[in-house]
Ligand binder design. Structure first.
Ligand SMILES: Cc1cc2nc3c(=O)[nH]c(=O)nc-3n(C[C@H](O)[C@H](O)[C@H](O)COP(=O)(O)OP(=O)(O)OC[C@H]3O[C@@H](n4cnc5c(N)ncnc54)[C@H](O)[C@@H]3O)c2cc1C
Length: 394
């Protein structure tokens, strides 16, 4: 594994233990099968309980709710090691941690925390997060899903689109506008009447991941399933900040995987009578990849420190998500090229990672959206209107 600036030497013994356990798990349980799962468009649901047993669901969740109560840095390391395997696997863990457990922990009642968090931590329950709609992606404030107040709760109507884990989820965190047009959060259980899902099967990116449409037709959600402390767009955006942080770390895992694969291949592949590594053009490609990887490794490590010391804001996270994913995509493309024709097969990893990076660059704020967040920070001009200080917060 390439760690040129020895950054992992900063890890505590406990953090190293978790890293090594996840690393071994990925090599044993994921890498031998991932090409096949990806081609078949399957997510390995049989591994969910194993993720729970390893503590990967609820890494930063306090122990009293069944989590490990560990740092954001550990969460990052786990995301990196999982995405070394595949972005779909990391996405599952990101959604459960950052988009389901985090909102319940941050905006939920004590009863909601006790009811859902311990079961989410073991994997007994799976969650999903419904913010995007067919006509509202980068601009979630334009959502059409409505929550009409009725006696004892709300009636939900609308559609959510592109939802990771949708059809395998037992609960969905759903964002909808109430009668006053304020965005509220709801915990919708799978068996609530009028709630159905439909999988999106035609993806040619992130294929080892379930992506679904969520449909709400007059779904009654009782008052006790409303997140009491979530009001306005800031709440769902705060969840995205958490998830984007993990995505940045995950992209580093992709960078490590494709550099390693490219080097190993280039050492073995003989062209014009010599291994590919003996040519200067190849060495330049590999040196560029090492430089790219080291830059994003440094970035996420520093971001982890800012997160753990409470000094990070959403803009810091935007920069890391934007840069890490674009860099990993570029690295995967280079690695794919070094592998020649073999590089376009699922027997190797580079092209699968390259294809996955397309979805990862789109979800959780596209490259352009993060550019605009940073552009607003630099110039003071909100070139789009979603992410002012007021709605994004820290
Ligand atoms: C595999 C996958 C899994 C996902 N999982 C989830 C999930 O679990 N939960 C969830 O809620 N959502 C999820 N999403 C949805 C994802 O967050 C959205 O796709 C994303 O926010 C972009 O929205 P959009 O696809 O509607 O694109 P649009 O918003 O329609 O954007 C189209 C293009 O326009 C660009 N653009 C947008 N605004 C501007 C602007 N102001 N200036 C210039 N260019 C602009 C975008 O960058 C993009 O290139 C997932 C998506 C994918 C692909």
């Amino acid at each position: 594994m390439y760690d040129f600036y020895l950054l992992d030497e900063e890890l505590t013994p406990e953090e190293r233990q978790i890293r090594d356990a996840v690393r071994e798990f990925v090599r044993k349980e994921i890498l031998p099968h991932i090409g096949e799962w990806w081609l078949k468009g399957e997510f390995p649901t049989h591994l969910i309980r194993a993720f729970g047993e390893m503590g990967l669901l609820g890494i930063t969740t306090p122990e009293k709710y069944g989590g490990l109560g560990l740092s954001k840095r550990v969460y990052g390391i786990v995301a990196r090691e999982l995405e070394y395997g595949d972005s779909g696997i990391r996405s599952f863990v990101s959604v459960q941690n950052s988009l389901v457990m985090y909102p319940i922990l941050t905006f939920g009642s004590e009863e909601q925390k006790r009811k859902y968090l311990p079961k989410l931590a073991t994997g007994e329950l799976v969650g999903c997060y419904g913010l995007t709609e067919p006509d509202a992606g980068s601009d979630p404030g334009s959502m059409k899903t409505r929550a009409r107040k009725v006696q004892g709760g709300y009636i939900l109507n609308g559609t959510k689109m592109w939802i990771t884990n949708g059809s395998i989820a037992d609960i969905a965190i759903v964002w909808a506008k109430d009668d006053e047009g304020i965005i509220r959060g709801f915990i919708v259980e799978r068996d609530f009447k009028g709630f159905s899902t439909q999988d999106i099967k035609t993806k040619i990116s992130l294929r080892a991941s379930v992506t679904s449409e969520l449909i709400f037709e007059d779904v009654f959600v009782p008052e006790e399933n409303v997140l009491p402390k979530a009001r306005g767009l800031k709440a769902p955006l705060m969840c995205l900040t958490q998830a984007r942080y993990g995505i940045a770390w995950g992209a580093v895992g992709v960078g490590m995987a494709v550099l390693e694969e490219a080097v190993n291949y280039a050492k073995e592949r003989i062209v014009f009578g010599r291994p590919l590594t003996h040519y200067q053009i190849t060495q330049e490609k590999l040196a560029d990849m090492l430089a790219d990887l080291t830059k994003i490794q440094l970035m996420v490590y520093r971001l982890a420190d800012l997160m753990d010391s409470g000094r990070a804001n959403f803009r810091h996270v935007s920069l890391a998500k934007r840069e890490a994913v674009r860099t990993a995509k570029r690295m995967a493309e280079k690695a794919r090229g070094i592998l020649g024709a073999n590089g376009i097969t699922a027997e190797y990893h580079a092209m699968r990672h390259m294809a996955n990076m397309e979805a990862v660059e789109t979800y959780e704020g596209t490259y352009e959206v993060h550019t605009l967040i940073l552009g607003e920070y630099i110039t003071g001009v909100p070139a789009y209107r979603i992410c002012s200080e007021e709605v994004c917060g820290d």
